[in-house]
Design a protein around this ligand. Structure first.
Ligand code: HOZ
Length: 428
């Protein structure tokens, strides 16, 4: 494949945008080569500026669960845009999507819309602190909750891809209030509670981790967190920015039957427009301004185009009884196919998948936390990434990310992908 035009555009962008990109993982630094500039996308495919067609396994890092340029979403945005794009005043569509989201997700009475997953998690922690009157939070190494200061401490995703899981610019004062535990390790969470009695405002967790590749919770982990939070009057925050409306209508709370106190959303809830949200019981949400004293605001929050896109996508998901099963079947088909292809060439690997999230680690040990995720053979991942790209398949340009499956993928696309893995594996 040729990437001449992408190369030119990247050079031009680097002169005026740091690293040529508006979010670091797009820069291909971890895998080398030129980031691909997109012209358009439709269904399961990306079309780049050089005229290449790629099967997309990233789907804008999650939102495009029913495929790119999904007609009901595009139509809803166009119709809204004709009436004006932002007012900084309430609109009826905000209440409509709030009602729909609350009807789909358990344990939430009220929801506040923001502009990104980062904002959602940042605001959820502030709310938990304001509600509990405590300051410390527990987060898990390798989990990524966006780029706000409290979370850039042993963070996953781009932060670890670029080797700065603890970012310069985060003050020691902020960092000291974020206490770290290994993912899937309940004992270490218990120890933190013992060492900080009455001080933990919240635990924030990706209930299925997606920012160190995909890592499911081991049996009893989420239940144990719930029990510890109950014992210590601590707020349990599920960061469902990736998993919300993706793994199930009600997210991980419904999938595994565990209640969180605050839930954060992003990605799917915005249908591909910039939306995040956080939600909780009325009891907790009443602490939020203007009802309560915990402040949070945004000029473009609840933007009508974004709300219309999210509402159209959630409506489609809510009215399709089989969609999550179809997605899981496609993901499982891919999981088995890739595993078989890698095995046939004796490539050590470990594949995790849950619902429509999947990732491939090039190490034999089961990947259950950040430490085991970091054991993967990065050189091999790079070769794999470029081999797949040459075959017309776009996977995440980092071993510390999940792939997101879309319902627009056909079984022919999946077979084509598995065949490409077979060919690439023979050259690894
Ligand atoms: N939050 C996305 C998944 N880790 C990455 C998006 C980005 O950092 O650009």
């Amino acid at each position: 494949m040729k990437y001449q035009r992408s190369s030119q555009l990247f050079k031009q962008a680097q002169a005026v945008i740091p690293g040529g990109v508006n979010s670091p993982v797009r820069a291909f630094k971890a895998v080398g080569g030129t980031p691909i500039f997109v012209d358009k996308a439709e269904g399961a495919y990306l079309y780049d500026v050089d005229g290449n067609r790629l099967i997309d396994y990233i789907n804008s890092w999650g939102p495009m669960i029913l495929g790119h340029a999904y007609k009901p979403v595009v139509d809803a945005v166009i119709e809204k845009a004709k009436k004006g794009t932002s007012f900084g005043m309430p609109t009826a569509i905000e209440t409509k999507i709030a009602e729909l989201a609350i009807s789909m997700v358990p344990n939430i009475d009220k929801i506040r819309f923001v502009n990104s997953g980062t904002e959602a998690c940042m605001s959820a922690v502030r709310l938990a602190r304001g509600y509990s009157g405590r300051e410390k939070i527990i987060k898990f190494s390798g989990c990524y909750h966006g780029h706000s200061d409290s979370f850039l401490i042993q963070a996953g995703s781009g932060a670890v891809t670029f080797g700065s899981p603890n970012s310069p610019g985060v003050t020691q004062g902020t960092a000291k209030d974020t206490l770290l535990a290994p993912y899937n390790n309940l004992e270490s969470v218990k120890e933190i509670f013992q060492a900080n009695p009455g001080e933990i405002a919240a635990i924030i967790v990706e209930p299925v981790a997606g920012n160190m590749g995909c890592i499911p919770p081991v049996s009893g982990f989420l239940e144990g967190l719930r029990a510890l939070c109950d014992t210590h009057d601590t707020v349990l925050i599920f960061d469902e920015v990736m998993t919300g409306f993706r793994l199930d209508k009600g997210g991980v709370q419904s999938l595994y039957g565990i209640c969180a106190d605050i839930v954060c959303f992003g990605k799917v809830i915005g249908g591909g427009l910039p939306v995040g949200a956080f939600a909780a019981s009325g009891e907790i949400m009443k602490h939020l301004a203007p009802e309560g004293p915990v402040y949070q605001a945004g000029t473009l929050s609840g933007n009508p185009l974004a709300m219309a896109a999210g509402h159209a996508l959630l409506t489609a998901l809510n009215s399709d009884d089989d969609v999550y099963q179809r997605l899981a079947m496609k993901t499982n088909y891919l999981h088995q196919g890739i595993s078989k292809a890698l095995k046939s060439h004796h490539i050590p690997h470990s594949i995790n998948s849950v619902g429509s999230m999947i990732s491939v680690h090039f190490s034999e040990a089961p990947v259950t936390d950040f430490k085991t995720a970091a054991l993967g053979n990065n050189k091999r991942f790079k070769q794999f990434f470029h081999g797949m790209l040459n075959a017309g398949i776009y996977i995440a340009p980092s071993a510390f990310e999940s792939w997101f499956i879309t319902d627009a993928l056909s079984y022919e696309d999946l077979d084509f992908t598995i065949a490409a893995v077979e060919t690439v594996a023979s050259s690894l």
